[in-house]
Design a protein around this ligand. Structure first.
Ligand SMILES: C[S@@+](CC[C@H](N)C(=O)[O-])C[C@H]1O[C@@H](n2cnc3c(N)ncnc32)[C@H](O)[C@@H]1O
Length: 258
């Protein structure tokens, strides 16, 4: 789907601001705080001292968090609005170790084998042909380079909530993929899975669906956010076979197959 046909560029240019993507944890439930911490912990583990690409960087919430740790950091996003907000957060001046590119995740304007680490948080399920984005991740990674990204499972309650929220409230349109197709796409992109973590057996957000109300009640999110033996209850449950076939959020850390 070309950008002109992909409704999300317009949606991110007109409807989203930094407040939607901020990592400011004040007033957040511990579930959301834990998800943010988990992503930051992945960055601590894999990205410091490396050349780093944040694919679909939005307003730079994750990219800017450890910016001083990177010799070179690249932010890619197709929304000019998102990138403008990111620049404003930097006081209008882009540091010398940061490059911002306005382009599509399915066609990244970077040289092949130029990045040590690529990450994409909370974004790739908005990309229509996500297999092409994975192929691009592989292309820009150096041999042995690492990528961390989240993909969305089509056969999840969250798919239903996303569709309703898109129709009723105009939030970004999702393009989720069945679980087995996700695994095949990763394999096709020549990426070897190092870590696979699964979340969101329940949607955890949304308002519009009457029959789902009991399942999107905030008390579930509170309960699922409780940590047991280092992981949230949500992750323990969502990762169970066969529940993982129906859980929404699949986070992968992969290595480019040499
Ligand atoms: C939910 S936001 C997340 C932003 C950031 N990754 C974060 O976690 O704060 C999704 C971002 O993906 C971008 N995006 C969606 N589809 C894209 C595409 N096909 N190519 C490039 N950027 C895209 C949007 O413009 C938006 O900034």
């Amino acid at each position: 789907m070309d950008n002109d046909l992909n409704p999300n560029r317009h949606i991110y240019n007109t409807k989203y601001s930094d407040s939607h993507l901020s990592l400011n944890k004040e007033g957040m439930l511990s579930y959301d705080k834990e998800m943010i911490n988990m992503r930051l912990e992945i960055l601590q583990r894999y990205s410091f001292g490396r050349t780093v690409l944040d694919l679909c960087c939005g307003t730079g919430s994750y990219l800017l968090h450890y910016l001083e740790k990177y010799p070179l950091a690249v932010g890619v996003d197709f929304s000019r609005n998102m990138l403008t907000i990111l620049k404003k957060k930097l006081g209008g001046e882009v540091p010398t170790n940061l490059l911002l590119l306005e382009c599509d995740a399915q066609q990244i304007g970077l040289q092949s084998e130029s990045m040590d680490f690529v990450f994409s948080f909370t974004s790739l399920y908005y990309v229509p042909r996500v297999g092409e984005a994975l192929a691009e991740i592989n292309r820009v990674l150096k041999p042995g380079g690492v990528a961390a990204f989240e993909l969305g499972n089509l056969w999840s309650l969250n798919t239903y909530v996303c569709e309703i929220e898109n129709r009723k409230r105009g939030v970004a349109k999702s393009f989720h993929v069945p679980y087995r197709a996700i695994l095949k796409m990763i394999q096709a992109a020549n990426l070897t899975i190092l870590e696979h973590r699964v979340f969101q057996i329940l949607p955890m957000w949304g308002r519009g669906v009457l029959w789902l109300r009991p399942l999107i009640d905030w008390r579930w999110k509170w309960l699922m956010g409780i940590k047991v033996a280092g992981r949230m209850i949500d992750e323990w449950i969502s990762g169970l076979w066969p529940l993982r076939l129906l859980a929404f959020r699949h986070l992968f850390v992969c290595q480019k197959t040499a």
